[in-house]
Design a protein around this ligand. Structure first.
Ligand code: ATP
Length: 217
């Protein structure tokens, strides 16, 4: 396990209103850190602050490059008519892409991601026709195409049923292990935290506390 991010004495504010004071925690590779707390405590604002303060080393010290951090937002505007195939959508996640088509190396990389995220059977289907759980798996796969070392998932499971939630988290855990990835996962689901979290960064009363949990592999 190597350190990916060190946060020390960070104050998280919005429009001069303090949300979290004197926050300190570390994020390591090979681990899933759940970020929990009531609505409005400042979880999303914390993530925005970390990304905004990337170059400011006093309180937020990333050990990785900015382009090795990937954020998967909670909502996307994908409607039923969205016609791009799942494979091409995942390809959009490739970094430093100059050509409009995929090189042989990129094609192999995308094929490996499709296989590891169990999307082979539906890779030619339009993304708009995929189920909610499949779409979340595709967003995760697209994020992997940029070969991140830290992945931030913002309530990615919120719209899924309990089986799809567990399936997605099992997949995330297996990729964490395989790619030595660090994941920060904002969630309101205590069952998922207990079952899959390695750490829980819990925010309440303007304070953040990091606890070790030790979720399943
Ligand atoms: N740009 C902004 N300007 C003013 N207030 C904001 C802004 N962004 C967020 N806030 C306020 O800051 C507080 C924290 O918001 P934030 O979205 O970070 O909470 P959260 O913990 O992620 O909540 P949830 O679990 O509901 O998503 C809220 O009271 C919100 O209204």
């Amino acid at each position: 396990m190597s350190k990916i991010l060190s946060v020390k004495g960070l104050n998280v504010e919005v429009e001069n209103r303090s949300l979290i004071s004197n926050l300190s925690f570390d994020i390591y590779s090979n681990s899933l850190t759940c970020v929990t707390g009531e609505n409005g405590v400042g979880k999303t604002t914390l993530i925005k602050t970390l990304l905004k303060d990337y170059h400011q080393k006093d309180h937020v010290d990333f050990k990785i490059k900015r382009n090795q951090i990937k954020y998967i937002p909670q909502f996307r505007n994908i409607d039923d008519d969205y016609a791009l195939s799942i494979k091409n959508f995942i390809g959009l996640g490739l970094q430093n892409k100059f050509l409009p088509w995929l090189s042989m190396k990129e094609r192999r990389q995308i094929d490996a991601i499709i296989q590891s995220t169990d999307l082979s059977k539906i890779k030619k289907e339009p993304l708009g026709k995929a189920s909610g759980g499949e779409q979340q798996r595709v967003y995760f796969a697209q994020a992997l195409a940029s070969q991140p070392r830290l992945l931030i998932m913002d309530e990615t499971t919120a719209s899924l049923d309990k089986y799809a939630k567990v399936d997605l988290l099992k997949l995330v855990k297996s990729i964490i292990k395989k790619n030595h990835l660090a994941v920060m996962f904002i969630t309101h689901d205590p069952g998922l935290v207990q079952q899959f979290g390695d750490y829980n960064l819990h925010i309440a009363d303007h304070r953040g506390t990091m606890n070790r949990i030790g979720g399943q592999d």
